[in-house]
Design a protein around this ligand. Structure first.
Ligand code: F6P
Length: 545
């Protein structure tokens, strides 16, 4: 398999960036801002409802041009078109990659294997809407005739992180009479705590799994079925208390869920790109079809921007390129995602799967070991909490960490000074990181000499500030699509397949082998390494086996 391109580091555009980096690496943001009074306005873009200020990055106009040249040389423009038009760009799995089709309008055409997929997308959306309205309206009754009030989504990875992130992000728009819980971990505590105060007669489980074979999800779903049937005492209750979201109708029906109560999607929707598909059923029940459609429209707006804008004016392309600039030239290892919006508290966790399961690859699509870094580590917490936790390291530690600040001009809660203070903090952090505080400034403030090194902030720490109007469903759609396309931009330049995830397989296989060794009554013959063998023996002994 080949992508038809020379190795990345042999591209002349890459070499030009290496040379450019050597010239720019010592330049301070203080000097870049001093050299151009309008830098803060010039190095900012506005599209699809996002004001994207990248002026506090260690770049010049030349850097941006050279990064965009690299994107062109890497064939990004054609690859974007290939993705949008349903080419099988997930090379190792031979699949199209069409999360963008999930938010395309009804009159769009996207052909996969000779068939337009858009009517299928909209048929599922309509089925979801009908079901969501029934639950929201109190018309979906449980087996005993009680109204369903609790919705428990059982899924893991993309079948959990998107739903829980979107529920938290859009709680303000949710129907407050309904209770939503999300169970993902195979640790029984997750299920036990989620249902502790719920009445089975009023509870609906959404079993969300693309494959319907994932060990954690199937274990939780079986436990949920036992829990419900223990109380409801009739197998017929499953039809009222369980629905499935999956691509695997045979497994759904083998589990006992009527496929009439199944919401389908397709192999061209990756797990970590699935929150706009039927995997978003819990989101739609929470916020209702109208807001769900607005979220899709927001994502579509970002899709159009990514597909059509020149790279220099293309927010997702620039975001991806800036990340690559620090990753591959400055040697930075991580990116902090710092939303100044409490409702986005699960957004960094959601992005971890999207970014790292996508681009955490060490070989290129043609099987060569990449001789350059691929995905950064993504992490973060909402501001201002992070400021009183790990920001110290970002400000004064020895590591270079580029930050994504995400903020909203409007709040859902106008409470005294809260929002002004929140915004003052986000602007202040980006300013402090970029400009720091010099020894001279400290001296003029009368700080004692011996304390000056400790109180000095060297600055020159890069960040993007994304300013949006308000955290609406559309804004969330735009933000998610922005990061998706930034990940795509990087993956294409790194010549990897961002849409497979072979790296999670080995652990699954080994867990499948170890589970019976933990559970068997007879002493198993252990053939692992000495560490794993000893751990298994210790566990068996403490479990009395
Ligand atoms: O972690 C591996 C993975 O396949 C993810 O890509 C996916 O989102 C998750 O497991 C859950 O898979 P499924 O939806 O098939 O249960």
């Amino acid at each position: 398999m080949t992508n038809g391109l020379p190795p990345l580091k042999e591209l002349k555009e890459w070499k030009a960036l290496e040379a450019h980096y050597e010239k720019l690496r010592g330049t301070h943001l203080r000097d870049l801002f001093a050299a151009d009074a309008k830098r803060g306005e010039k190095l900012a873009l506005e599209a699809a409802g996002i004001y994207f200020d990248y002026s506090k990055h260690r770049v010049t106009a030349e850097t941006i041009n050279r990064l965009c040249d690299l994107a062109e040389a890497a064939g990004l423009r054609e690859k974007i078109e290939d993705m949008f038009t349903g080419e099988k760009i997930n090379l190792t799995e031979g699949r199209a990659v069409l999360h963008t089709a999930l938010r395309a309008p009804k009159n769009a055409t996207v052909v996969v294997d000779g068939e337009n997929v858009i009517p299928h997308v909209h048929a599922v959306l309509e089925k979801m809407e009908e079901f969501a309205e029934k639950v929201r309206g109190g018309h979906w009754k449980g087996h005993t005739g009680k109204t369903i009030k609790n919705i428990v989504n059982i899924g893991i990875g993309g079948s959990d992180l998107g739903p829980v992130m979107a529920y938290e992000a859009l709680k303000h728009y949710s129907q407050r009479g309904l209770v939503f819980r999300f169970v993902s971990n195979v640790d029984g505590a997750d299920f036990a705590e989620a249902v502790l105060d719920l009445d089975p007669a009023e509870t609906l489980f959404i079993v969300a799994s693309k494959t319907f074979t994932t060990q954690e999800t199937m274990t939780n779903a079986e436990t949920a079925r036992d829990w419900a049937l223990r109380a409801l005492k009739d197998k017929a209750a499953i039809a009222k208390h369980f629905v499935a979201v999956s691509t695997n109708a045979a497994k759904v029906s083998a589990f006992g869920i009527d496929t009439d109560n199944m919401f389908g999607f397709w192999d061209w929707v990756g797990g970590r790109y699935s929150m706009f598909s039927a995997i978003g059923l819990s989101t739609m029940i929470a916020i209702g079809p109208k807001y769900f459609r607005e979220m899709l429209a927001g994502a579509h707006e970002m899709d159009e921007h990514y597909r059509n804008a020149a790279f220099e004016e293309n927010i997702p392309a620039l975001m991806g390129l800036l990340g690559l600039w620090y990753n591959n030239f400055f040697g930075a290892q991580t990116i902090a995602v710092l939303p100044y919006e409490q409702y986005l508290k699960r957004f960094p966790a959601y992005l971890q799967q999207m970014t790292m399961e996508s681009n955490g690859k060490r070989v290129t699509v043609d099987g060569r070991a990449a001789d350059y870094q691929t995905s950064q580590v993504y992490w973060g917490e909402p501001g201002t909490n992070g400021q009183h936790s790990f920001y110290q390291l970002i400000h004064q530690g020895t590591k270079l960490i580029a930050c994504d600040f995400i903020a909203f001009s409007k709040t859902h809660h106008k409470l005294g000074r809260h929002h002004d203070l929140l915004m003052a903090n986000v602007f202040a952090q980006a300013e402090a990181l970029a400009f720091g505080k010099t020894a001279e400034e400290l001296k003029t403030e009368g700080v004692k000499d011996w304390l000056i090194p400790h109180k000095t902030f060297e600055g020159n720490r890069p960040s993007t500030t994304m300013l949006l109007d308000e955290l609406t469903p559309a804004a969330l759609g735009r933000l998610v699509a922005l990061y998706e396309h930034s990940v795509f931009t990087q993956g294409m330049i790194w010549q990897i397949d961002p849409f497979d995830q072979w790296g999670v397989e080995l652990g699954k296989v080994l867990a499948g082998r170890i589970a019976p060794e933990l559970e068997s009554a007879a002493e198993p013959e252990l053939k692992h390494d000495s560490s794993t063998n000893a751990l298994i023996r210790r566990y068996r002994a403490s479990a009395g086996r």
